[in-house]
Design a protein around this ligand. Structure first.
Ligand code: PGA
Length: 249
């Protein structure tokens, strides 16, 4: 059985001290869990803001928790003032990176074409990209969910070998930060659609994201095609992040 994944997207939250405190508390919870003989069945990753990356890697060193970046630029060096290089993220110890989060698409105007380049750049730098897709409420209500997902996947993964190591996160925009989680059935249907788009030989895990909390994680996780979660708000507290992971086993 593939191990499940719980990823925490911290967005623009937590400085180095808070990160260190989080790491201490989470590692303590994980240690207690292991002492009870529970299997280490869930992969954990946190995505702090880029400024904190190096100290986050240090805070989590020696633990099973991986650290990823929230964004990279599509070029690795050059005259791109203010941007972040995938190669440097990797050098600092990041192992994963989010690509195409809906906030990047909506607030920063990132296009499918740019995201396709970022996917390529992440893989070139040996970062594991987590490619985020999802429809808005308007698109869902007008029956466009599948066509939106198809376009995002087709364009964003253009030129990416399906055998490369990457993850997909299905995050309906209407569920992000709203408290309105997708129903287990809505999540499962979208994941089944994405799975069939990716094809039988592609093993990319598909995570659900959007208002995941310890209270609702179990019902979604029990559905087919759910390989884990990308958690925003509830990942800021070590205990609720841990509880979500525990519920997945
Ligand atoms: P949320 O965010 O869990 O706070 O809804 C999820 C995300 O943006 O990845």
């Amino acid at each position: 059985m593939k191990s499940k994944i719980v990823a925490g997207n911290w967005k623009l939250n937590k400085g180095p001290q808070e990160t260190n405190a989080f790491a201490t508390q989470l590692c303590e919870l994980l240690k207690t869990e292991l002492q009870t003989g529970a299997p280490k069945a869930t992969q954990l990753v946190v995505f702090p803001q880029t400024l904190v990356l190096a100290s986050a890697v240090q805070s989590f060193s020696g633990s099973s928790v991986a650290v990823g970046g929230q964004n990279i630029y599509s070029e690795s060096t050059g005259a791109f003032t203010g941007e972040n290089s995938a190669a440097v993220l990797r050098e600092l110890g990041a192992t994963h990176v989010l690509i195409g989060h809906s906030e990047r698409r909506q607030i920063f105007g990132e296009t499918d074409m740019l995201l396709a380049k970022k996917m390529w750049m992440a893989l070139k730098a040996e970062l594991l990209p987590v490619f985020c897709v999802g429809e808005t409420l308007e698109q869902r209500q007008s029956g466009q969910t599948e066509s939106v997902l198809t376009a995002q996947l087709q364009n964003g993964l253009a030129g990416i070998d399906r055998n490369e190591t990457f993850w997909v996160a299905y995050e309906p925009v209407w569920a992000i930060g709203t408290g309105q989680v997708a129903s287990p059935q809505q999540a499962s249907e979208a994941h089944a659609f994405i799975r069939s788009f990716l094809g039988k030989t592609c093993e990319a895990p598909i995570l659900y994201g959007g208002s995941v909390k310890p209270e609702n994680a179990m019902a979604i996780a029990q559905q087919p095609h759910i390989d884990g979660f990308l958690v925003g708000g509830a990942s800021l507290d070590p205990r609720s992040f841990f509880e979500i992971a525990k519920n997945l086993k």
